[in-house]
Design a protein around this ligand. Structure first.
Ligand code: SF4
Length: 230
């Protein structure tokens, strides 16, 4: 880690992470460099109580050149232990869903709305089934990290996985059953260009209800069609 990066990481540990100095605007720097910087900042972040309970932060994974960014809700037990998003049963299913349209984990970027594991009992990160949805306060505290990642990546498409990710990014409480598969636009802020956004179901929902696979397959075909456009 360079001295400049260490300094930015140290600064990102306080609440005003947006003030981290950068001699060159993020938009004109390589995405890989900005994403690495953000990952280091997230690893040091304590902006909400999730930072104190986690085993490790889960910034995101994938290609800095990704045209597609998948966004889920937050890390669970396996993700907290491995430091990578979507590595449990849901993650394996997400890999298959991506493969069905010729995408791979290495070609896309995968991240979550919150970067640390929301636990029902934060004193016991070794307990399985200790998951809960992130609170509105935790989402608000963490949201800036995701937007900064989107601005660094500038993906062609964001695919939200599940109701929470869609509701947070679209600011729309319409049930996921009614908004999935409908193309929307997302403004990542700070003058960055808007990004096409496609809501679909979370893989965990498919594990609970395999009947939803038909809808997700329809959404993936729509995604494939969009990506095939020049
Ligand atoms: S969930 Fe987000 S805001 Fe909260 S400590 Fe983790 S990285 Fe920071």
């Amino acid at each position: 880690m360079t001295r400049a990066l260490r300094r930015r990481v140290a600064l990102s540990d306080d609440s005003d992470w947006t003030a981290a100095p950068s001699p060159v605007p993020a938009a004109s720097r390589p995405a890989a460099e900005v994403l690495a910087e953000l990952a280091a900042g997230i690893a040091a972040c304590r902006r909400c109580p999730l930072g104190a309970a986690r085993i490790q932060a889960v910034p995101g994974v994938g290609s800095p050149q990704a045209r597609v960014m998948f966004v889920g809700e937050g890390p669970g037990f396996d993700e907290d232990h491995q430091g990578e998003p979507f590595v449990g049963r849901s993650g394996k299913l997400l890999d298959k869903i991506m493969e069905s349209i010729g995408l791979s984990r290495a070609a896309v970027y995968i991240a979550n709305i919150v970067k640390c594991h929301p636990m029902t009992d934060p004193t016991d990160p070794e307990k399985r089934g200790n998951d809960r949805p992130p609170s509105p306060e935790e989402i608000a505290a963490c949201r800036g990290w995701l937007d900064a990642q989107i601005r660094a990546l500038r993906p062609r498409v964001i695919v939200t996985l599940g109701a929470v990710a869609a509701r947070v990014l679209l600011q729309d409480a319409t049930p996921i059953t009614r908004i999935r598969g409908r193309w929307r636009s997302y403004d990542p802020g700070e003058g960055a260009p808007p990004v096409l956004l496609l809501p679909t179901f979370h893989p965990a929902a498919l594990l609970r209800n395999p009947d939803l696979k038909r809808d997700v397959w329809s959404d993936m075909k729509s995604l494939r069609e969009e990506l095939s456009k020049p």
